[in-house]
Write a protein that binds this ligand. Structure first.
Ligand code: 0GY
Length: 311
């Protein structure tokens, strides 16, 4: 886990101070990914010279290009990527679409769109490999979008067979419940709905999230981002084998309860981290702690993402 702050942001943009750059030279994971594994949550940033960051963004990252993403994919042993639109690009999906076009069919995308998107735009994005839209409710990342606008978008993307990715904080789930449960598509939750892992696994907050999944078979979860959720941090604690040990019970529980509705991804290039920047090789080594059998690993890394994005 290395601090790194020397990467460029081109296009005349200035990086947000205090936020760490992605880590170059990740370890080769000890865990060998099954053939056909998909990194189902990652981003591209810029480069700012070619794909300017959005005026409404809440942070400016260092550039993270499609070439760098695909090099990481090959180094870690993934076959494919799902590139998710990050808020620093707003609803301008050009960097993502550019990456899809260069992936030789090995990447799919999840975009951000506004109500003004045309049906022709949606069809063109489908042909380019887009399979979902992202609705972000994390207040430090985005301004509020009216729910009727989001519901209208969800209704419009449904005929394409796309899904909705939702990102929110655990404390906001009660208020968002009716909207989420009214969505007409498959719904994929980012990072398990950001549980507070210092609270008990069987406490009311995480129980509500589990109920959300249990009662709604259209809801999936990414069991991602231990580096964001962990309080104990990247060091394996005495007597424990895993980094981010406090996240393991939460993620493993979701994988074991809902093995056919979970996805995993690196979250490279890890926006908004101030504390430490994970080595993506070590993040891959986290996987067998949350998916302890070959069968669960195959579902998480191969079968589920392949069905959702290439099915
Ligand atoms: C993530 C998490 C974060 C950022 C974004 O779109 C984004 O800017 O998703 C975050 O700051 O928690 O999934 O990349």
């Amino acid at each position: 886990m290395i601090e790194s702050t020397g990467k460029p942001t081109t296009g005349g943009f200035s990086k947000t101070p205090g936020w760490l750059d992605w880590f170059e030279g990740p370890a080769k994971p000890r865990f060998v990914l099954p053939a056909g594994s998909v990194d189902a949550h990652c981003h591209v940033f810029g480069p700012g010279d070619n794909f300017p960051y959005a005026p409404e963004r809440k942070y400016t990252p260092c550039d993270a290009s499609w070439q760098q993403l695909f090099a990481l994919r090959d180094h870690l042993g993934f076959e494919k990527n799902v590139i998710v639109q990050a808020t620093c690009h707003g609803a301008d999906n050009r960097a993502l679409l550019h990456a899809l076009a260069r992936s030789e069919g090995r990447a799919r995308g999840v975009v951000t769109v506004k109500r003004s998107v045309t049906d022709a735009d949606l069809h063109a994005m489908h042909a380019a490999g887009v399979r979902g839209v992202r609705f972000n409710f994390v207040k430090r990342l985005v301004d509020f979008t009216p729910k009727d606008e989001l519901m209208e978008i969800a209704q419009r993307i449904k005929p394409l067979g796309w899904h909705v990715v939702i990102y929110f904080e655990a404390v906001d789930l009660p208020e968002l419940w009716d909207f989420f449960t009214g969505l007409p598509t498959t719904v994929v939750v980012d990072h398990m709905g950001r549980p507070d892992v210092s609270k008990p696994l069987d406490g009311p907050e995480f129980a509500l999230f589990l109920r959300f999944m249990r009662e709604h078979p259209n809801v999936w979860s990414k069991v991602t981002c231990p580096e964001r959720l962990s309080v104990t941090g990247p060091k394996a604690l005495k007597g424990q084998q895993a980094a981010y040990a406090d996240v393991v019970p939460f993620a493993r529980h979701v994988v074991q309860q809902f093995p056919d509705r979970v996805l995993w991804g690196t979250d490279w290039p890890h926006p908004n981290l101030k504390d430490h920047m994970p080595d993506d090789g070590l993040l891959v080594d986290f996987i067998p702690h949350i998916a302890p059998t070959a069968e669960l690993q195959n579902k998480l890394l191969v079968d589920n993402p392949t069905r959702l994005y290439w099915g």
